[in-house]
Ligand binder design. Structure first.
Ligand code: MRU
Length: 384
């Protein structure tokens, strides 16, 4: 894994609570309940397989890498306290239940396959082996996100240097900041720690690059407004919340230097599936000559698929996510209100696919690569 010259590497956990953690002393798996953020910060214990399935499907935990790691702990919870004969019978059922929780993020299937492979190699206790595998994926995710953050920060450094050079050449004042637009939440809350798109931002901030982030609210669940704004605020990153439709206007008027988003599944051809609305941002970026980067761990790449448009299963969620909205009222109570007339027909696709041609680069823990088949095959072959 190449380190960046002159940059201090810190690939361990950031100084913030992890989204999922295992307390070895009490044998407890704890998550931050993201359905309560930003209004309440609550840790919840996952005690059973059903708890893990519910946490993923109800989006107490969400974000592709975090879904995968939670599923791995879900297998452990299904085996805890069981003897190996019972465990042999339970594993396929647990894997099937966890795999059915959400369809789009490939990390879920990837993590389950990794755990199953560890169990197949195991000669001792299966529950202990499942826990070991989950802890290994947990640690790997932190490391990968920290590393991809460093690689992405180097790209932002180059963009910042170029912005300064351009201003100097044109006799303009020194720019105040580098403006980055992001969509949804691809932050520490979407992973075990650091995040993907936001890891790039945290690592760039640590280098001293003055940053400002445009945060798409990300209807219908508003992960941008509720989660990205919350975590950027926690970490002192300047940011502004915008409605999802504002990005194109901001790009046309020179307010955006670069877009950085995450991915739930990226194919061998470099097509990027991410939260619904990502594609429109990529189109606007392309039309305005603005770099559009996707930050993702290798675990979010599905090397078995080629065409993102036809081959990736796109999650469709319940109508009420669109027809209703919830938030804190002026008296401090969380309320849900209806936006649309009763009976309105609703469509709620959770994700869309940005074709590879609109992607400036894939920022991975292995470095920044082009979003094309040649680069992805090279990456795949370097993994074995
Ligand atoms: O529906 P969500 O909140 O799970 O969607 C999350 C995203 O779309 C993220 O951008 C993606 O998982 C990448 S996270 C590092």
């Amino acid at each position: 894994m190449g380190s960046i010259e002159g940059v201090e590497q810190n690939n361990g956990p950031s100084p913030h609570t992890l989204t999922i953690r295992y307390d070895a002393e009490t044998d407890r798996v704890l998550i931050i309940d993201q359905t309560r953020l930003p209004h309440e910060y609550i840790e919840v214990e996952l005690k059973t397989l059903a708890d893990a399935c519910y946490a993923i499907s109800s989006m107490q935990v969400r974000g592709a890498p975090l879904i995968g790691v939670t599923a791995a702990f879900g297998v452990y919870l299904s085996l805890r306290g069981k003897n190996d004969i019972a465990a042999q019978r339970i594993v396929p059922q647990a894997v099937e239940a966890l795999a059915a929780t959400r369809p789009t993020a490939v990390n879920l299937r990837w993590a389950l396959t990794e755990v199953e492979a560890s169990l197949a190699r195991c000669e001792g206790n299966l529950a202990a082996s499942a826990l070991e595998a989950a802890l290994e994926l947990h640690a790997q995710d932190i490391k990968a996100c920290a590393q991809l953050g460093e690689h992405g920060a180097q790209r932002l450094q180059e963009l910042w240097d170029a912005k300064n050079e351009r201003a100097a050449l044109e006799g303009l004042p020194k720019p105040e900041r580098l403006n980055i637009l992001t969509h949804c939440n691809a932050g520490s809350l979407a992973t075990v720690d650091w995040g993907t798109a936001l890891a790039v931002i945290y690592k760039a901030q640590a280098r001293g690059i003055p940053l400002h982030v445009w945060v798409d609210e990300t209807r219908p669940r508003n992960q941008g407004a509720s989660l990205t704004c919350w975590e950027l605020g926690q970490r002192g990153v300047a940011h502004t919340l915008i409605v999802d439709n504002a990005g194109g206007h901001l790009m046309q008027h020179g307010y955006v230097d670069c877009c950085v988003v995450g991915s739930d599944r990226t194919t061998l051809l470099g097509d990027v599936c991410n939260k619904i609305g990502t594609y429109l941002k990529a189109l606007a970026a392309s039309d305005n000559g603005i770099p559009f980067y996707v930050a993702l761990p290798v675990s979010s790449i599905d090397f078995s698929l080629r065409d993102g448009l036809t081959e990736i299963p796109i999650e469709e969620r319940e109508a009420e996510e669109v027809s209703h909205i919830s938030g804190l009222d002026d008296l401090g109570a969380i309320r849900r209100v209806k936006l649309a007339p009763t009976g309105t027909v609703v469509s709620n696709f959770g994700f869309d696919v940005t074709p590879a041609r609109l992607v400036s680069g894939l920022i991975t823990e292995r470095g920044v690569i082009e979003a094309n088949e040649t680069a992805l095959i090279k990456l795949r072959d370097s993994l074995v």
